[in-house]
Design a protein around this ligand. Sequence first.
Ligand SMILES: *[C@@H]1O[C@H](CO)[C@@H](O)[C@H](O)[C@H]1NC(C)=O
Ligand SMILES: *[C@@H]1O[C@H](CO)[C@@H](O)[C@H](O)[C@H]1NC(C)=O
Ligand SMILES: *[C@@H]1O[C@H](CO)[C@@H](O)[C@H](O)[C@H]1NC(C)=O
Ligand SMILES: *[C@@H]1O[C@H](CO)[C@@H](O)[C@H](O)[C@H]1NC(C)=O
Ligand SMILES: *[C@@H]1O[C@H](CO)[C@@H](O)[C@H](O)[C@H]1NC(C)=O
Ligand SMILES: *[C@@H]1O[C@H](CO)[C@@H](O)[C@H](O)[C@H]1NC(C)=O
Ligand SMILES: *[C@@H]1O[C@H](CO)[C@@H](O)[C@H](O)[C@H]1NC(C)=O
Ligand SMILES: *[C@@H]1O[C@H](CO)[C@@H](O)[C@H](O)[C@H]1NC(C)=O
Ligand SMILES: *[C@@H]1O[C@H](CO)[C@@H](O)[C@H](O)[C@H]1NC(C)=O
Length: 360
Amino acid sequence: MFLFVYFLILIGSTTASNTTDFTKYVNLFIGTEGDVPGSAFRGGNFFPGATLPFGAVKVGIDTTRYNTSYAANAGYLPITHSNVTAITLHNISGTGGASTYGQIPQMPLTNLTGVNLLDNLTYMQPRTVEDVASVGYFRTHLGNGVTAEMSAGMHVGMMRYRYPEGRGRYVLVDVSHFLPSAGKKEQWYGFNGFVFKGRGWLTGKGIRMGFWRGVVMGLGILGMRCIVKVGQQVRGDYRVYFCGHFDSVPIQSQLFWGKYTDPFRPNTTGVVPTFTNASSIQGGALNYQYAHQIGALFEFSPNISTVTSKVGISWISTEKACQFLDEIPTWDLNAMMKAVKNEWNEQVLSKIDATSTNET
Ligand SMILES: *[C@@H]1O[C@H](CO)[C@@H](O)[C@H](O)[C@H]1NC(C)=O
Ligand SMILES: *[C@@H]1O[C@H](CO)[C@@H](O)[C@H](O)[C@H]1NC(C)=O
Ligand SMILES: *[C@@H]1O[C@H](CO)[C@@H](O)[C@H](O)[C@H]1NC(C)=O
Ligand SMILES: *[C@@H]1O[C@H](CO)[C@@H](O)[C@H](O)[C@H]1NC(C)=O
Ligand SMILES: *[C@@H]1O[C@H](CO)[C@@H](O)[C@H](O)[C@H]1NC(C)=O
Ligand SMILES: *[C@@H]1O[C@H](CO)[C@@H](O)[C@H](O)[C@H]1NC(C)=O
Ligand SMILES: *[C@@H]1O[C@H](CO)[C@@H](O)[C@H](O)[C@H]1NC(C)=O
Ligand SMILES: *[C@@H]1O[C@H](CO)[C@@H](O)[C@H](O)[C@H]1NC(C)=O
Ligand SMILES: *[C@@H]1O[C@H](CO)[C@@H](O)[C@H](O)[C@H]1NC(C)=O
């Protein structure tokens, strides 16, 4: 067991005010690059996505990384060095070390030709322009024409996908999504359960093995290097329960499963998804580390150009995860983003107001 605590406190005069928007001074991309510009080589451990102070979710993109010899933990990779494989709600920022977490993933797709839903390399998307991030908000423009925006509540992530005209409107939820890591044996994924509550709803749990349990996540002022982190490293399995839905009912919802593949030496030859119309699916027995991969595919009407999804996460139960959805009654991502900015201003940023005229 390994315990670490460190504090880095920025001290300034405290003239708290509702009216000053300090979030405009926050650059979430600080810390996402290493010493090679545009890449996360030797650095880039910071998370630039959306989160609340002390929030349980961190909503952002997961990216490809073929060279796992460098850490880039929580390490969002810049546009030139990676593709997007999913939008996830669970991340750790700034520790360095192997990639961890990355649940519960969604990926907006427009065309399934040539796509193997069990192989992220067949549907990953390049980005067409630089990502946009501000406190409580993240936006990425995918090569398939989808603009994906996201914001974060305390235990809930909201994702909004704007699809281009004339193409399909799909959302893939791959519960077996596994971040490219340094090949640590203890980081296998385990059992995954999955249930449809209705055509536009899904609940379930994923069990991951060998991560940090007891790590307090979501602490710190992102992008300003003012961090308080308390971590307790306990290697063991942990469960993530989730509950999600969409703002419109999909025209088709299907679950699928596929053979286990070694996440670190994957051989996807002949591994294709088997679809089922069943309303629930399981990847394997509890704590069985070679569980089947499982997921769900939602298809939306061509008449709808924007699909919004909310997903709640709990470490206790799917019921809790569903209850957490009540935290965010709105489907309005902009309103949610404003609320997140207010939280950061009131709870954190106003306390470090330097009342200086020096903008830097
Ligand atoms: C901030 O606004 C809230 C209501 O929106 C008010 O109750 C509170 O007093 C304000 N705080 C300051 C420091 O102005
Ligand atoms: C992987 O990244 C490291 C930098 O950390 C670099 O030294 C090494 O050459 C890279 N390997 C490949 C195959 O690109
Ligand atoms: C979340 O963390 C994973 C693992 O470290 C990383 O691959 C992914 O890019 C991170 N996402 C963001 C937005 O930082
Ligand atoms: C990103 O995807 C494109 C295909 O869409 C591919 O040509 C490119 O090599 C990929 N790059 C990375 C870093 O994954
Ligand atoms: C999907 O992609 C295939 C191959 O690139 C293309 O032939 C087809 O027209 C696309 N379908 C749609 C609906 O865009
Ligand atoms: C994507 O696929 C590669 C190769 O199969 C695998 O190493 C990686 O872990 C996968 N990433 C995710 C996020 O599932
Ligand atoms: C990959 O899997 C296929 C089908 O099971 C098998 O024929 C092939 O030998 C495997 N390749 C490697 C490199 O293990
Ligand atoms: C699921 O149901 C639809 C509509 O009845 C049917 O077309 C499809 O073949 C079914 N899929 C499977 C895998 O049974
Ligand atoms: C899309 O809109 C058209 C025209 O209003 C309608 O005929 C069609 O049924 C709609 N399709 C779906 C899938 O809702």
